[in-house]
Design a protein around this ligand. Structure first.
Ligand SMILES: [Zn+2]
Length: 311
């Protein structure tokens, strides 16, 4: 049984003048629905504005929730904020939060949206409105649910918003492995950044991931991983620059699960980037990530070997 968090508001009409291809969240839902009883569904509550304001400026939160975001910010986001989009923007962080709680209970849960890692304190950016990863992480530690959260971001673009919104907090650590020359041009500083050259293939990607994520987890000893499982490192991704194959992405997500299992860490995953004309193919890559993690994490046992050497 794989725990999946989904809200009907994730699937919404594309607002006019959107440069973002909407519809993949509905395709992800449909592909997972076809798995029948293998998936346990949870519908999240909308996140309360107070938790959005814990990481975003209250003025920006109000602009979004009242659907009056100024044009300069709309341009940075990539689509206008209608009432419907604002509603969705509260549902998505609610989903990542709910996935984290389910993961703490069952070892793994996936949000079928989220991973909005470019959203900053006073504006959204790069198709991201509110930063669900930072919102969920801050709520987890401020409510005392866990002591430390690791946000592991394997989207091909740097998790700049997440890094900026959680900077200076000892209870939240951020890891980003990305194409160095890709968006955003100006990088923020994560706890650990791994910038890859263009064209890195499966072997190069997995070697770098293993070599950097193992010491990161062992140094910071988080209690949970929030995993941004963007599929845009894929070789054919329109905004990628890397050359990771379908098998390489599966190996990536298997590695993430195995590193978590070896440390007794629960994993809550979000989607993330994935760009191209074939929405169904992109949705299939996101679903492959969710199923790979879900199947692998079945072996999870909480707190296993916490005080023993970690491999
Ligand atoms: Zn991306």
């Amino acid at each position: 049984m794989i725990h999946v968090v989904h809200h009907p508001a994730y699937v919404t009409e594309a607002p006019a003048r959107s440069t973002y291809r909407w519809g993949k969240n509905g395709a992800i839902r449909d592909l997972l629905r076809a798995k029948g009883d293998a998936v346990a569904w949870t519908e999240p509550e909308l996140i309360l504005p107070v938790w959005l304001e814990a990481v975003h400026d209250p003025d920006y939160v109000a602009e979004v929730l009242e659907a009056r975001v100024p044009p300069d910010k709309t341009r940075r986001i990539g689509f206008p904020i209608t009432q419907q989009v604002a509603h969705r923007a509260r549902a998505v962080p609610g989903g990542t939060w709910t996935a984290a709680l389910l993961a703490l209970q069952h070892g793994f849960a996936a949000n079928t949206a989220g991973g909005s890692h470019h959203a900053l304190a006073n504006t959204g950016a790069g198709y991201c409105v509110f930063n669900d990863l930072a919102v969920a992480a801050v709520r987890l530690v401020e409510q005392g649910v866990v002591g430390r959260v690791a946000i592991v971001d394997c989207d091909v673009h740097q998790g700049d918003g997440t890094a900026a919104l959680t900077a200076g907090r000892p209870d939240i650590v951020t890891y980003s492995i990305h194409a160095e020359k890709n968006f955003p041009a100006r990088k923020a500083r994560s706890t650990l950044d791994v910038g890859l050259p263009d064209g890195v293939d499966d072997d190069g990607y997995l070697t770098q991931l293993q070599a950097t994520l193992v010491p990161f987890l062992d140094e910071h000893r988080p209690d949970i991983i929030l995993y941004q499982a963007g599929v845009d490192p894929f070789v054919e991704d329109r905004l990628g620059r890397l050359a990771v194959t379908h098998e390489g992405l599966i190996a990536r997500d298997t590695l993430i699960a195995d590193l978590a299992l070896a440390r007794g860490l629960p994993v809550a995953s979000t989607v993330g980037g994935g760009y191209g004309d074939d929405v169904m193919a992109i949705a299939e890559r996101h679903v492959a990530a969710i199923l790979t993690l879900g199947h692998r994490m079945r072996a999870w046992e909480p707190e296993r070997d916490r005080n023993v050497a970690r491999g």
